[in-house]
Design a protein around this ligand. Structure first.
Ligand code: SF4
Length: 608
């Protein structure tokens, strides 16, 4: 078993099949590329040409999209593609050792393909299995808890060339650890109940769908993805647009390293997710819905489609939902292809349109002009679950939990140095200390809440509380005990951001690389106090001049750890008196020329 260069006939069959599944509109480009690759193993030049012709885009566009997404390959890959999850928690649990062991047994270097084409070995950003670290994907299928025994078993199977379909199924079993249930995870809502409740609420009040919007507003539901925008305001703004059709999008691109609670919701509460989307569609008058499922969760696609099909048969999707004439709405699932920035709502919509996932300029907001220029609401998986329960149980019930500014509950994905990693649901307002205690964390020195783009908390801050008035979070909660080196944690995150920068804007593209290089330089014992100052200056530049949240938050883990764990940096410095190795502002000069920018924001130390 090894990869084969596909002939024209094979390419023709694969492209036809992919176009047959997805259609030939330009918006289908990414899905057609992805599905063609699933059949061929990679995207050879003739496939790109053929696909470009089929969907009516230029070859350059097809190549550009294929190059943008890290899960699309234009070069041959191994017949077995091993991708180790590369979150810091995977490293803490031995992913680097496992990877080296497997590389040695399989005769393949990390980042390369074995000479016989049998196997390729690489890393990818967090795959949403931090509660099962270290984890990896084999041809897109998740293998959790890769200890030495399991790694050896995988090597045996590969060396014996056992087809993946014949591998022991238990290798791929992912257990969801639900450690604490509250209002959402303990609710036993049945499919259709929330939709009927929304319709009845509208009929009882005589205000129709407006009653749905009012209930969501009264519940003070804030977006669970981390940004905390008021969901009711967003939905109402969308509903007021004159353009139709309107669109409901579920952001299931759970890419923030350290988070995996949407994995649980999508696998065990998919009906509630779709119920929330349908309630949103009723409220804003949408007819079209999408779930944007991250590429790392491709393995959930079939079961999610089955749920959608079951709901269609039950009259909960399609035309005349719940027997109500004119209430037409359906949902389609698009699969991402490995891009962290696509978690940003406007980048996600670009990706849904089949393009590279580059964040848009705003305004206009997506609620005014989103998918194909149509009014669009984009909400997180957890937000839709909350919305469904609000319509079913009422805003008062929802607000009876949480705090004044943060109503309801929050799902946290807890991982790292603790005895009980998993998903914990708490009313907002829970303290960090309480979460640590419940998770069995000992000798904790830091909690990274909200992923790399969130906040790093030291011991003296564990009394702080989860909520929009204090610690906002999309749900990642990584724990570090006294055996960890917080400089190395921050250095890992600097590599993550440099890798995930989409490259669209200069401050982020250059700044994240400079930050990574500075951290490596300090790690190598060649840093100085000037480098610490440079990190702070670059942080200011990135915050002030980046186009989207990725660039704005890329320096945050470094600045947080510099503030709280400065000795971890300083003990690595070669000499406090060493002069800077390079002129940071000068390093940006070429990038400024390329982009035609020379304003204050494009200079170090002069960001607003
Ligand atoms: Fe891309 Fe970074 Fe600019 Fe965002 S800030 S658009 S990720 S380059």
């Amino acid at each position: 078993m090894h990869f084969e260069i596909p002939g024209d006939a094979a390419v023709e069959v694969a492209v036809r099949r992919a176009v047959g599944s997805w259609g030939n509109a330009p918006t289908r480009l990414l899905q057609v590329l992805r599905e063609t690759q699933e059949q061929l193993g990679f995207l050879p030049p003739q496939a790109l040409e053929r696909i470009a012709g089929e969907v009516g885009v230029s070859i350059a566009t097809a190549r550009g999209v294929a190059a943008f997404y890290s899960f699309l390959y234009t070069e041959p890959q191994g017949a077995y593609r091993l991708l180790f999850s590369d979150n810091v928690t995977d490293r803490m649990h031995g992913s680097a050792v496992r990877m080296r062991e497997m590389g040695e047994r399989l005769w393949v270097e990390p980042g390369k393909i074995s000479e016989d084409g049998l196997v390729s070995l690489g890393r990818t950003s967090s795959i949403g299995l931090c509660d099962h670290a270290p984890a990896l994907l084999v041809n897109g299928l998740p293998v959790p808890d890769v200890d030495a025994r399991r790694a050896s078993e995988i090597c045996d199977l590969i060396l014996a060339r056992v087809p993946l379909a014949e591998w022991p199924r238990e290798l791929f079993v992912v257990e969801d650890f639900v450690r604490r249930r509250d209002a959402m995870l303990s609710d036993a809502a049945r499919p259709g109940e929330a939709i009927r409740a929304a319709i009845e609420r509208g009929e009882a009040s005589g205000t129709g769908p407006q009653a749905t919007l009012e209930e969501i507003k009264r519940a003070r539901l804030l977006g669970r993805g981390g940004a905390g925008f008021t969901t009711g305001v967003k939905w109402e703004s969308c509903s007021r647009q004159q353009v139709t059709p309107r669109v409901v999008v579920c952001n299931a691109d759970e890419g923030e390293p350290g988070t995996f609670k949407d994995r649980l919701l999508l696998r065990q509460h998919a009906d509630l997710v779709f119920e929330g989307m349908t309630v949103a569609a009723y409220g804003i008058g949408a007819t079209q819905g999408f779930v944007y499922l991250r590429g790392e969760y491709r393995y959930m696609l079939e079961s999610l489609r089955e749920t959608l099909e079951r709901r269609r048969r039950a009259g909960l999707l399609g035309t005349a939902i719940c027997g109500r004439d004119g209430f037409d709405f359906d949902v389609e699932i698009h699969v991402g292809a490995g891009s962290y920035v696509c978690g940003e709502a406007s980048a996600l919509v670009e990706s849904l349109e089949g393009k590279r996932g580059i964040p848009r300029n705003r305004p206009p907001r997506l609620a005014e002009k989103g998918y194909l220029g149509r009014p669009t609401v984009v909400n997180n998986v957890e937000s839709y679950c909350a919305a469904a329960l609000i319509l079913l149980r009422g805003a008062d019930w929802f607000c009876s939990r949480g705090t004044e500014r943060s109503s309801g509950t929050k799902l946290l994905s807890v991982s790292g140095d603790c005895e009980r990693p998993g998903v914990y649901e708490y009313p907002f307002g829970v303290s960090v200390a309480q979460v640590l205690e419940d998770a069995g964390a000992r000798n904790t020195i830091a909690a990274q809440v909200g992923g790399p783009s969130g906040v790093c908390l030291g011991q003296d801050e564990f009394t702080r509380r989860i909520g929009f008035e204090d610690i906002e979070t999309g749900g990642a909660f990584m724990v570090f005990d006294a055996s960890r080196d917080m400089f190395e944690v921050a250095r890992h995150f600097s590599h993550f951001f440099a890798h995930e920068s989409c490259g669209f804007c200069t401050p982020c593209r250059v700044g994240t690389s400079l930050l990574r290089n500075l951290m490596d330089r300090i790690r190598d014992g060649k840093g100085s106090q000037h480098d610490l100052v440079a990190i702070e200056e670059l942080g200011g530049l990135l915050r002030g001049a980046s186009h989207c949240g990725l660039g704005e938050s890329a320096s945050r883990p470094l600045l947080d750890t510099l503030q709280r764990f400065r000795p971890a940096y300083e003990r690595r410095l070669e000499s406090p008196a060493v002069e800077p190795a390079f002129d940071l502002d000068g390093a940006l000069a070429r990038a400024r020329r390329m982009t035609g920018r020379d304003d204050e924001g494009a200079h170090i130390g002069e960001a607003p």
